[in-house]
Design a protein around this ligand. Sequence first.
Ligand code: MRU
Length: 343
Amino acid sequence: MHALEWQNNSVTFIDQTKLPEKEVYITTTNYQVIIEAIKSLKIRGAPLIGIAAGYGVALACLELLRNNSQTYLMDLKTIIDEFKNTRPTAVNLFWALRRMEKFLNSQDTLESITENIIKEAIQIHFEDKLMCDQIGKIGNQLIPEEASILTHCNTGSLATGGEGTALSIIKYAHKSGKKINVFVDETRPLMQGARLTTWELIQAGIKSTLITDSTAAFLMQQKKVDLVVTGADRITVKGFAANKIGTYNLAVLANFHNLPFYIAVPSSSIDPEISEPEQIIIEERDPDEVRKIMDKYISPQNVNVFNPSFDITPPELINGIITEEKIYRFPYQAEFLRLKSIR
Ligand code: MRU
């Protein structure tokens, strides 16, 4: 199962808003379809957003060539900026777009710029798949032979170019013969856990149990959880980690119950440019996402709503950040600064 594919100069992706009820695939050569899909969460998950933006820019280049644009480079810059304005929190988006932007200064022909941008987008996708495999392998070292793992949101094949981040670890542990049970937070308001993670885990033949977000504390108190692992959309140099709203709750709870709390990310989710939590832009989404369930209002239609899509977990609550390179341990700053210098 692939969340997104590049074939014959077009992109095919699964519409994640329709899952698990319907498996709807959309094929497009129109970059605006990708922009809309990222905004509406048809395509979602930090690494996949970056991959999709790369392919979206590639589609835009092909369109500009087809239309014989006399202002190709200027138009391309505007389109890259449009992609930057889709979602603010996942740093993978900006990381991928920076890789696209470097071609704007090229002296090559427009045909070879287009060709190189397509190659770069495919390379970003390929690298992410490899990083997912490595995260799974490295993270598996932290998983006991028998483990009850709590996770949040969706961090699997639907969120990445490969097997996932936190879910890649869970899949790797399962494949290596460990006895795994996964508690899946439903992840209000858009239910990525209930709709997507359970769907992926059932397909992978991994035992999973769906819980409401507010059940986590009771489960831990009952000693039914051994560890927590989630993904992240952006990690600062000091190790502050932005991830789906509700992740911070889990970190606090795990700390209180003396349980390990891990975050798994490709290194493209580490933002070498910022240190402090205040520097992370937290996306706030449509109030109706909270007022409604399954398109039906469950609250007065005019009630005031606060709907941040992400929260920020402080580094001292994270027992390890698992990347494709290694497991980083608190304090993170020195090693993440080293990453900055080699990038
Ligand atoms: O709003 P979403 O569904 O894009 O949020 C996704 C998450 O918060 C994931 O946990 C994160 O992107 C890591 S995915 C490997």
